[in-house]
Design a protein around this ligand. Structure first.
Ligand SMILES: Nc1ncnc2c1ncn2[C@@H]1O[C@H](COP(=O)(O)OP(=O)(O)O)[C@@H](O)[C@H]1O
Ligand SMILES: O=C(O)C[C@@H](O)[C@H](O)C(=O)COP(=O)(O)O
Length: 333
């Protein structure tokens, strides 16, 4: 089964939310306290997804606010250099700084992220900085849940969603739950369910859906029966190495698998998965095939050092799919 988009649009995907900096430990198997060196990359989930999409050949744009300093300029220049339209990236003029994510790579299983996100520029994106003429030109508006965590970014995103819906732009909601950005899980549940109910496609991990639904150990069946009572037509639920599921409103279920790889770190999986899954859908591939693209892309990125720079090419993804070495894991949920 395929998922249809309005093909009469200049952009394939416009992402809204944070574009930040990742500082990834270059010393592995070591706690952060003992790590002395880090490499700098553009980061932030929606920026990573835009970068991954652009690298796969999609026409991508970005809406967000960046700091008026060396970090903001680095982000804009890098994103432009990989082919992303940055015309709707706004420079903050109130002194807000870029968010930083320091990553600790203790072992392939034990990775963590230390975020510096106090008063960050991306959460100051204002509704008046979201432009209807821009959004209406895209097949997809990709919304990151973290952008809902504070005002005025929250209202900017709600406006972007409403403009997308008025202009036949599919809203893809990536739950992207980052607890440190929110006041409470209850607040997350309120705003994430508000947007999920309006979205056309929702993507998240099982744990992220649990936060949105204010429960523990939630079942995929309950999630889809809730969401399919609202706007969503396609719901993707990820289960780490156990793979993922895509559910359609018309009743089909497709299973995606993770691919064997030499894991260096676990972060970057979700963003690379989303960009390749959406690339495949936009390219007219079957949903089942799109799950393969997502899984293969993620397995490539977890074997590499960064999330953004490491985004694979179509050829790399297709080669991995052709090799077909899935991780044999039980059926979750
Ligand atoms: N250790 C791993 N090895 C190979 N693929 C992985 C691994 N972890 C995750 N993936 C792939 O990345 C996808 C997304 O990972 P997941 O952990 O569910 O999301 P997130 O990174 O958003 O938390 C999975 O569906 C799987 O295909
Ligand atoms: O999203 C962030 O702010 C940090 C990312 O740039 C970082 O690379 C990361 O955590 C990606 O992980 P994922 O969301 O699991 O793909």
């Amino acid at each position: 089964m395929k998922y249809e988009f309005n093909t009469d649009k200049a952009y394939d995907i416009i992402a809204v939310g944070r574009a930040c900096i990742d500082l990834n430990a270059t010393e592995f198997n070591r706690p952060m306290e003992e790590t002395m060196t880090f490499s700098k990359y553009v980061g932030g989930s929606p920026a990573n997804i835009a970068i991954g999409s652009s690298k796969l050949g999609l026409k991508a744009g970005f809406i967000g606010k960046i700091s008026d300093d060396q970090h903001g300029r680095f982000i804009e220049q890098y994103m432009r250099s990989v082919g992303i339209d940055t015309s709707n990236m706004v420079v903050d003029n109130e002194g807000h700084k870029t968010g930083l994510a320091f990553t600790e790579i203790k072992s392939p299983e034990e990775c963590s992220i230390l975020m510096y996100r106090q008063d960050v520029a991306d959460l100051y994106l204002a509704p008046e900085e979201v432009n209807e003429e821009y959004i209406k030109q895209s097949k997809i508006l990709l919304v990151s849940g973290t952008a809902l965590s504070k005002s005025p970014s929250r209202e900017a995103v709600l406006k972007a969603v409403s403009l997308a819906k008025r202009n036949d732009v599919k809203v893809v909601f990536e739950l992207d739950y980052r607890p440190y950005s929110w006041n409470s899980p209850e607040e997350t549940a309120v705003y994430c369910s508000l947007v999920a109910e309006q979205a056309d496609v929702v993507i998240g991990t099982r744990d992220e859906y649990d936060v949105m639904e204010s429960k523990e150990g939630g079942k995929n069946e309950d999630t889809i029966s809730y969401l399919f009572n609202h706007s969503p037509e396609l719901v993707v639920i990820k289960h780490g190495v156990e793979g993922s599921y895509a559910y359609t409103k018309s009743g089909e279920t497709f299973r995606g698998r993770a691919y064997k790889t030499n894991v260096l770190k676990t972060f970057g999986a979700g963003d690379s998965y989303a960009s390749a899954f959406l690339y495949a859908l936009i390219s007219g591939k079957e949903i089942e095939t799109a799950l393969k693209y997502g899984g293969a892309s993620a397995s490539i990125v977890v074997s590499k050092h960064s999330s953004s720079e490491a985004m694979p090419t179509v050829e790399e993804i297709e080669q991995l799919i052709a090799e077909g070495s899935y991780i044999e894991a039980g059926v979750p949920n």
